[in-house]
Design a binder for this molecule. Structure first.
Ligand code: NAP
Ligand code: HSE
Length: 440
């Protein structure tokens, strides 16, 4: 049997500790599958004294992850600390500079400087694997990077944040508050260290930026993503969506259009009978539409220690099985030097259906005025419903819910701006985009 693959792990939190447990408990099976043992020889975390429920006897401890990456006797550096810069960035660079293989679950880092890191890895002949960075345990990176080679992809979209999907599901099914659901997601190890990254959509945007590059062969453009999180979604929206035959999901969508590539992250209404609408809790789903294969939908655990460690372990096993000096699959599917510039499609050109919820004064002519503002902007309505507000008793206020046929973002923004100028509108209108899966 070949020499053991020596692994150094920086970060022993939710994911890192799970990974250590799995590698140690399945040592024999892994050695058989990979043709060599996988041995953890060095680790780093902030607090050496913390009981993590793992056995680190015989493993060299480093206080500084950069030192581990630069000096430890290892073949693979596994970065599981998180953060778009700082120790994660410095240690990954230090490992690549030595020509070490790197595995990371850090989408924030890759979204910021993934192309640069890919170029360094490719120059050094090292592998930079990051399956766990997008959609937890779902092997979507491998699917895009390898299995769909030759396909022309038109759209990639999905539920890519377990925390948000967990919150939306429990709010809908159990009537719990947003805050209570978020606290549970944190306790279960799903949320980011700063959970605003989850609920404001940044985490989904980081993942989407990576998928866009893999799908379309363009530079990573995380800053070009249209972004809305779920903190503005109320239980009233969730119930209204259900009444109309939809469920609300936080989707990331990357789509080729005539004007460029559209990248957007926002709460989205999906038809209740679509498969993606049935994806609940921490589960993620990624759909890929392409010309040769058609539509592929991958569903699976999207966050948490075991799901994420499973993907990290798969990346380490790929390295254990790889041959030194062998031709490497480009880190981002296309060699870093050959990635095309990213051309952003204007969000205002986005076409689709819209849900618009308005709270209005209960006065004669309001309905007609709203319909007129829609018509002036060439928006055709699929449905318009008026109902008493649940919080307003007999009420001088009413809720009006509009669902449009396909129209443009520009038209909707103009119509909503015109309605906002009317004296009958109370508070901010709620606008939620509708997305229609093709096959599923
Ligand atoms: P976590 O539980 O917060 O663990 C972070 C670990 O990094 C801790 O062990 C911490 O040390 C260590 N660390 C932080 N700063 C450090 C520093 N300066 N020097 C040394 N060690 C440091 O985070 P996690 O949930 O495991 O996530 C790790 C990475 O995986 C992140 O990039 C995250 O986005 C990604 N990810 C997480 C999930 C998930 O479901 N949790 C899923 C996919 C991807 P101490 O323990 O001593 O504080
Ligand atoms: N915080 C992330 C989520 C972890 O909830 O999806 C997985 O990337």
């Amino acid at each position: 049997m070949a020499d053991a693959l020596k692994v150094g792990i920086a970060g022993l939190g939710t994911v890192g500790a799970s990974l250590v447990r799995i590698i140690q408990s399945r040592a024999n099976e892994l050695a058989v599958t990979c043709g060599r043992a996988i041995e953890i020889t060095a680790v780093s975390a902030r607090d050496k004294s913390r009981d993590r429920g793992i056995d680190l006897a015989g493993v060299t401890w480093f206080d500084a992850p950069e030192k581990l990456a630069a000096e430890a006797d290892i073949d693979v550096f596994v970065e599981l600390m998180g953060g778009a810069s700082g120790p994660a960035d410095l240690s990954v660079r230090a490992a690549l500079a030595r020509g070490l293989h790197v595995v990371t679950a850090n989408k924030a880092l890759l979204a910021r400087c993934g192309v640069e890191l890919a170029a360094i890895a490719e120059e050094k002949g090292a592998l930079l694997n990051f399956e766990a960075a997008v959609a937890g345990g779902i092997p979507v990176i491998k699917a895009l990077r390898e299995s769909l080679t030759g396909n022309t992809i038109s759209r990639v979209y999905g539920i890519m944040n377990g925390t948000c999907n967990y919150i939306l599901t429990r709010m809908e099914k159990e009537g719990l508050s947003f805050k209570a659901c978020l606290e549970d997601a944190q306790r279960l190890g799903y949320a980011e260290a700063d959970p605003t990254f989850d609920i404001e959509g940044n985490d989904t945007a980081h993942k989407l930026a990576i998928l866009t590059t893999l799908a379309f062969g363009t530079q990573i453009a995380a800053d070009e993503i249209y972004l809305e999180g779920i903190s503005n979604i109320s239980i009233e929206d969730i119930h209204a969506a259900a009444d109309l035959g939809y469920r609300i999901k936080l989707l990331g969508v990357a789509q080729k259009t005539e004007g460029g590539i559209e990248q957007r992250v926002h709460p989205t209404m999906v038809p209740h009978d679509s498969v993606i609408a049935q994806v609940d809790g921490v589960t993620n789903a990624v759909a890929i539409e392409s010309d040769i294969l058609g539509e592929l939908l991958m569903v699976g655990p999207g966050a948490g220690g075991s799901a994420t460690a499973s993907a990290v372990l798969g990346d380490i096993a790929d390295i254990a099985k790889s041959r030194p000096g062998a031709q490497r699959v480009p880190v981002l599917g296309t060699p870093a030097a050959a990635l095309a510039p990213y051309k952003r499609a204007r969000m205002r050109s986005h076409e689709g259906g819209y849900f618009i919820r308005l709270t209005v004064a209960d006065r004669t002519g309001v309905f007609a005025s709203i319909a007129a503002r829609m018509a002036e902007n060439a928006i055709s309505l699929e449905s318009i419903v008026q109902r008493a507000r649940p919080d307003a008793g007999t009420s001088e206020f009413k809720t009006i819910i509009l669902v449009t046929h396909a129209t443009t973002e520009d038209s909707v923004r103009k119509a909503v701006a015109a309605i906002k100028a009317e004296s009958y509108l109370i508070g901010e209108p709620q606008v939620i985009r509708i997305e229609r899966p093709k096959a599923f």
